[in-house]
Ligand binder design. Structure first.
Ligand code: IPD
Ligand code: CA
Ligand code: CA
Length: 269
């Protein structure tokens, strides 16, 4: 994608995200139709579906040769990431959307041949738009985000971590290591939106985010943001992320990445 096209796609996507956000915001108190997906706590609402459909229609009419990988099924069935692919989570943090009416985001990562070129995370109710362009930097609204500290040690770090990983029976990670990690850290947070947690890592208000089960649309945009400010984003076993499958994710400042994986993360499979 040449620079001019990249800028045009960026401006267009930004306008659509703000429009979609406005629709969600103006409907925030409307009665919700709530369904469950993979389990009773995996929620989806009419607003998730309508928002993804909105992006699907816009993308297909403006860019018929682009692909859409979306959570709610309005996109394409993709076997690889060739070409230009919009990876869309229409509402990341649906449980927050339903229960709290805040702390959720629209997340869009635009990839060209598997490389993340443009990222957007829109904290809808707060009106904060995080953006990134590969090689150019990341922004929170109009303010460019500075590079992340490489100095702060783990014991002064705040990590976003779901308490699920402390349950001994969880099928993904040995809880003892997570316990040690929690004891070492300054503190933990859990916001319930992977996209926002990654945006907060990029902003430097969280030092990292460790999780066991994300889908591509949860981190497609956030990983671009974090990398643009010098952070590292990999699977929790240090391997590269696989954007077509469910994965573990560790996103953090570069100086604590190896330490977290080597000293505290022991995956069960
Ligand atoms: C979820 C959120 C949540 C994360 C889950 C995701 P959704 O996305 O990002 O924080 O822990 O793994 O599925 O379902 O609200 O789009
Ligand atoms: Ca999500
Ligand atoms: Ca979602």
């Amino acid at each position: 994608m040449d620079q001019q096209t990249k800028n045009e796609v960026f401006d267009q996507a930004k306008a659509w995200i703000l429009e979609a956000g406005e629709r969600i915001k103006s409907n925030i108190d409307a009665p919700r139709s709530i369904e469950t997906k993979s389990n009773p706590n995996d929620l989806v609402t009419e607003m998730d579906q309508q928002t993804e459909q909105f992006f699907a229609e816009k993308i297909k009419s403006a860019y018929p040769d682009h692909y859409l990988l979306g959570e709610e099924g309005f996109g394409d069935e993709l076997e690889d990431l060739g070409g230009t692919v919009w990876i869309v989570d229409p509402i990341d943090g649906t449980m927050n959307f339903v229960h709290q009416k805040r702390n959720f985001a629209i997340s869009i990562g635009i990839y060209v041949d598997g490389i993340g070129e443009i990222g957007f995370i829109y904290n809808v109710m707060e009106g904060t738009l995080y953006t990134a362009k590969r090689g150019e930097g990341a922004w929170k609204n109009d303010a460019q985000l500075p590079q992340l500290s490489k100095e702060r040690p783990l014991k002064q770090s705040i990590l976003a971590l779901n308490t699920t990983w402390l349950i001994p029976e969880n099928p993904f990670i040995e809880h003892k290591g997570v316990e040690e990690l929690v004891k070492t850290l300054r503190s933990t947070r859990s916001y319930g939106s992977a996209a926002l947690e990654l945006a907060f890592v990029a902003e430097g208000i969280l030092d990292g985010y460790l999780t066991m089960t994300l889908m591509p649309w949860d981190y497609a945009a956030g990983s671009i943001l974090v990398r643009e400010v010098g952070g590292i984003v990999t699977r929790a076993d240090k391997e590269d992320l696989d954007l077509l499958n469910k994965t573990t994710v560790l996103a953090c400042r570069s100086n604590i990445h190896e330490e977290i994986i080597n000293d505290y993360v022991q995956l069960k499979r």
